[in-house]
Ligand binder design. Structure first.
Ligand code: SME
Length: 154
C-alpha cells in the first residue's frame, strides 16, 4: 500500500471513531477518499437491502441510480457474482448503468460481514483505467473498516 493510501486509511479510522451518527461517519469517509485521491471523482456506499442496492452516503454528481436490482449494472453484478469489479473502460460493457456520460472507469468493492454481503463501495473516474488491483486492495481495507457502520444503517 502506498504512503498516501496508508495515510488515508488512518484518516478513515479517525472518521469511523468519531462520536457522530453512522450516516455522518460514512459521509466523512467518502469525503476523505474524494479529497485525498482525486481520481475518486464519484465515490459512495450502496447498502444491500433484500434484492436491491440502495444508495447511501456519497460524494460527486447526483445519480439517478439510487436503487439498483441485484444483477443490474456493475454494482448489481458485483452482488450477483459475489465479486469485486474493476472496470478499465465502462464503454466496453453491455450491462452498465451510466451515472454520468463522462465516466470511463469504475471500481466496486464488496462490504463483507463474515460470509454475508452488506453492500459495496462504488467509485467512478472520467479517465480510462483509473483503478487497478492496488486500488482494490486499498478500498477493500476501507470496506472492512466501514462494515460496522454499514451494518448500523442497514
Ligand atoms: N455505474 C454503476 C451505477 C452506479 S453510478 O455509477 C453511481 C453500475 O453500472 O452499476
Amino acid at each position: 500500500m502506498s504512503p498516501e493510501h496508508e495515510s488515508t486509511l488512518g484518516a478513515i479510522r479517525d472518521a469511523v471513531a468519531a462520536a457522530e451518527p453512522a450516516q455522518d461517519r460514512l459521509q466523512r469517509a467518502m469525503v476523505t477518499i474524494n479529497q485525498r485521491h482525486p481520481k475518486y471523482e464519484w465515490v459512495g456506499v450502496y447498502v444491500l437491502r433484500g434484492d436491491r442496492l440502495e444508495l447511501g452516503p456519497y460524494v460527486g454528481a447526483p445519480t439517478e441510480h439510487t436503487r439498483i436490482p441485484v444483477g443490474r449494472g456493475v454494482c448489481g453484478t458485483a452482488i450477483a457474482e459475489r465479486a469485486n469489479q474493476v472496470i478499465e473502460d465502462v464503454r466496453a460493457l453491455d450491462n452498465y448503468l451510466a451515472c454520468s456520460a463522462s465516466v470511463r472507469s469504475e471500481i466496486v468493492v464488496l462490504i463483507w460481514d463474515g460470509d454475508e454481503v452488506l453492500g459495496q463501495i462504488d467509485a467512478d473516474c472520467d479517465e480510462v483505467g483509473a483503478f487497478d488491483r492496488a486500488e482494490e486492495k486499498f478500498i477493500t481495507e476501507v470496506a472492512s473498516m466501514l462494515m460496522p457502520l454499514v451494518a448500523d444503517i442497514r
